[in-house]
Design a protein around this ligand. Structure first.
Ligand code: CAA
Ligand code: NAD
Length: 309
């Protein structure tokens, strides 16, 4: 329940450690979000290292970045194939990969964590990185739903810890939610706002409350669509068509759930339900739980509510 309390006063930095310009970024997790964050950071001149658990995943992440860059340059360099190739190469030169997070962070100004939505795993990673990273390094999580202050509690750099919440697909979505806890220093918060702008994104300032702004509205909407379907009040296809054509959404709620990842959606709901089981908006869905138990995570696994090639 403490998480529901708004923190209106942000502590100004009492630390002697000053933030420096962000040049090198470590992205922990090379999945959908980590690869996208690495891509936009590298495209805007930052040197980026993506860290994941094995080289196969990292190779897939770099391939994903290359594929996405090819889509980006189609518009950016429409009739200039050589300039397009040169841009892709220059961005890829800014990206390196590693499975050794502790050694990478020794040279990093910023860490952006985008691993599985699990508090204990995130805390474990940050606890280890805190010992390895220089004092000036800012730590951030891209969590969809977990309290930033809970993740930060595994470290001794509470004033240099915040949230940077990106949206999927990162190269296309213009928003970044910048989250400060009651302990995040103003200097750190300003660095995160400036970093988001340097990526070409529009930041909004958020309190450390469940789902920040977007997910607090978007996740209950997706869940209510699933419950509507479970009650037999509409096929998923009709619900998707209805929200696209009747409300102007680019994707219907089932398409969007598959796009986000049904595992991630379930982790979010389970966490919120554990926090506030009385809230009807946080009631779990049997259908969602069944799909996840069957390994149907959406687009990333080839099947979710729909099948993908
Ligand atoms: N990389 C680069 N370019 C991409 C891309 C990617 N990953 N995905 C799409 N694009 C580009 C395409 O190349 C295409 O460019 P052109 O217009 O130049 O051809 C353009 O985007 C449109 O793509 P498509 O024609 O394939 O499809 P679309 O028009 O449906 O757009 C979309 C795709 C941008 C993803 C759009 O469907 C959309 O905005 N969907 C909603 C996404 C959304 O709501 N995201 C938030 C999810 S919630 C979240 O992220 C938070 C959380 O914590 C869970
Ligand atoms: P994903 O499953 O696509 O990728 C997660 C990656 O993290 C995997 O490659 C996995 O191997 C790696 N990983 C797991 N544990 C690790 C560890 N200890 N060290 C290094 N790498 C590790 O997930 P995703 O969709 O990219 O989501 C990542 C985070 O971003 C989650 O916290 C999620 O809630 C959040 N998020 C997701 C979306 C979305 O739409 N998918 C949007 C915004 C935020």
């Amino acid at each position: 329940m403490a998480f529901f309390v708004h923190h209106f006063c942000r502590r100004f930095s009492t630390s002697a450690v000053r933030n420096v310009a962000i040049k090198h970024v470590t992205v922990i997790g090379g999945g959908q979000m980590g690869a996208g964050i690495a891509q936009v950071a590298a495209s805007t001149g930052h040197s980026v290292t993506v860290v994941d658990t094995n080289d196969d995943i990292l190779q897939k992440a770099v391939k994903g970045i290359e594929g996405s860059l090819k889509r980006v340059v189609k518009k950016k360099f429409a009739d200039k194939p050589e300039a397009a190739d040169a841009f892709i190469q220059s961005v890829l030169q800014n990206v390196s990969t590693s499975t050794d997070a502790e050694s990478v962070v020794q040279h990093s100004d910023l860490v952006v964590e985008a691993i599985v939505e699990n508090l204990k795993i995130k805390q474990d990673v940050f606890g280890r990185l805190d010992k390895a990273a220089p004092a000036h390094t800012i730590f951030t999580s891209n969590t969809s739903s977990l309290p930033i202050s809970d993740i930060a509690s595994a470290t001794n750099r509470l004033d240099r810890f915040g949230g940077l919440h990106f949206f999927n697909p990162v190269p296309m979505m213009k928003l970044v939610e910048v989250i400060g806890t009651s302990a995040t220093s103003q200097e750190t918060f300003d660095s995160l706002l400036n970093f988001s702008k340097a990526l070409g994104k529009t930041p909004v300032s958020c309190k450390d409350t469940p789902g920040f702004i977007v997910n607090r509205l978007l996740v209950p909407y997706m869940m209510e669509a699933i419950r509507l379907h479970e009650r037999g009040h509409g096929s998923k296809e009709d619900i998707d068509i209805a929200m696209k054509l009747g409300a102007g959404y680019p994707m219907g709620p089932f398409e969007l759930g598959d796009y986000v990842g049904l595992d991630t959606l379930k982790f979010i709901m389970d966490g919120w339900n554990a926090m506030d089981s009385e809230n009807q908006l946080f009631v779990p869905s049997e259908l969602l739980n069944k799909l996840v138990a069957e390994g149907k995570f959406g687009r990333k696994s080839g099947e979710g509510f729909y099948k993908y090639k």
